[in-house]
Write a protein that binds this ligand. Structure first.
Ligand code: NAP
Ligand code: ZN
Ligand code: ZN
Length: 348
């Protein structure tokens, strides 16, 4: 075993602090990764505070991991020592169910092994995430980082990037489509960049005017302040597709009314409480409401290559690991521009 420095939440809602974990020596198909950066996702907060229930403690969060391969097992074919690589939200899956066979491991019918707050395939060894110095992962669950994206800016692609790319891709958003992104945080800002790069005409719907200039710089053409009483009536039937990244309870019916006939709204934000829905908003325009979970390995690589070709990563604020508790508080207030990324050097 390899003793590895990390930051962990000892129990729900407790501040994170230094903690030592054990990583396995790379097996035949494993790579050992020296972690360089790890993005901070709002899901880290939900889970470290046990807002969704069932959290496993102590918890080392982090599923936007990038670094370099430092050691490989004898059977590894895809990577060599020194390669720039990434790991996203899961590190294994059953590999046999229909979803795994279709490359949609995130929907594994036996349950994927989440990168943290989960268990390895043996069902008992806890997984620990990327707020740590290194990680051992099966090569089939490791991604290649395009050489033109700086590693720190690439880290958030592993969750925020793929979580927004996958629904835009699956619902076939195309050039000229009118797309609204609700909530300009980590996911939202990647949603804007990716949808704009796909050629869509993007509108940001945000809870104040504070982020308007940023939204336009990120690639949005229009901006709506959702607190403005005139906003919803003025934009009825405007959008082909709405991506909702908000974790709070919003009036789904009011947002659905912003869709054209046959439009779809997809929920990626994951509130801890059920939301009410006025179904007339669906019925009256043959509209759909969907959900989407991260993305599979194949699609994640496709998204990374797409961002590489277009030449962008995330907009980030790099922090040392001892600022993580402060970063959580700022994210809860919506005060992040637009993803915190931990410089893992600060841990070593
Ligand atoms: P984030 O960076 O904190 O951004 C969330 C944004 O939501 C905020 O910046 C804010 O944007 C908006 N917001 C916050 N409170 C709100 C409220 N009360 N009403 C309306 N809008 C509000 O979070 P994130 O990392 O992007 O994650 C967002 C959600 O997606 C979380 O629930 C996370 O767990 C979930 N998630 C889901 C998946 C998936 O696979 N489906 C993957 C990753 C994350 P404005 O300032 O613009 O209003
Ligand atoms: Zn995430
Ligand atoms: Zn499976």
């Amino acid at each position: 075993m390899i003793a590895t420095k990390s930051y962990a939440a000892p129990k729900a809602k407790a501040p994170l602090g230094p903690f030592t974990i054990q990583r396995r020596e790379p097996g035949e198909h494993d790579v050992l990764i020296d972690i360089a950066y790890c993005g901070v996702c709002h899901s880290d907060i939900h889970q470290a505070r046990d807002e969704w229930g069932g959290s496993v403690f102590p918890m080392v969060p982090g599923h936007e991991i990038v670094g370099h391969v430092s050691k490989i097992g004898s059977g590894v074919k895809k990577f060599k020592v020194g390669d720039a690589v990434g790991v996203g939200c899961f590190v294994d899956s059953c590999r046999e169910c229909p979803s795994c066979k279709e490359g949609l491991e995130q929907y594994c019918e036996k349950g994927m092994s989440a990168t943290y707050n989960g268990f390895e395939k043996d069902g008992k060894t806890p997984t620990y995430g990327g707020y740590s110095a290194q990680v051992t992962v099966d090569e089939n669950y490791v991604l290649r980082i395009p050489s033109n994206i700086p590693l720190d800016k690439a880290a958030p692609l592993l969750c925020a990037g793929i979580t927004t790319y996958s629904p835009l891709h699956h619902w076939k958003v195309k050039a000229g489509d009118k797309v609204a992104v609700v909530g300009l945080g980590g996911l939202g800002h990647m949603g804007v960049k990716i949808a704009a790069a796909m050629g869509a005409e993007v509108t940001v719907i945000s809870t104040s005017d504070k982020k308007k200039d940023d939204a336009l710089k990120l690639g949005a053409k229009h901006f709506i302040n959702s607190k403005d009483p005139a906003a919803f009536p003025a934009h009825q039937r405007e959008f082909d597709f709405i991506l909702n990244t908000v974790a709070a309870g919003i009036d789904l019916g009011a947002y659905l009314m912003l869709l054209k006939r046959d439009g779809s709204m997809v929920q990626v934000g994951a509130p801890d409480k059920p939301l009410a829905l006025n179904v007339f908003a669906l019925i009256l325009g043959r509209r759909s409401l969907g959900g989407s979970l991260i993305g599979g390995i194949k699609e994640t690589q496709e998204m990374l290559d797409f961002c590489g070709q277009k030449g962008f990563g995330a907009d980030i604020e790099v922090i040392p690991i001892d600022k993580i508790n402060e970063a959580y508080e700022r994210m809860i207030k919506g005060d992040v521009h637009y993803r915190f990324v931990i410089d893992i050097k600060s841990l070593k």
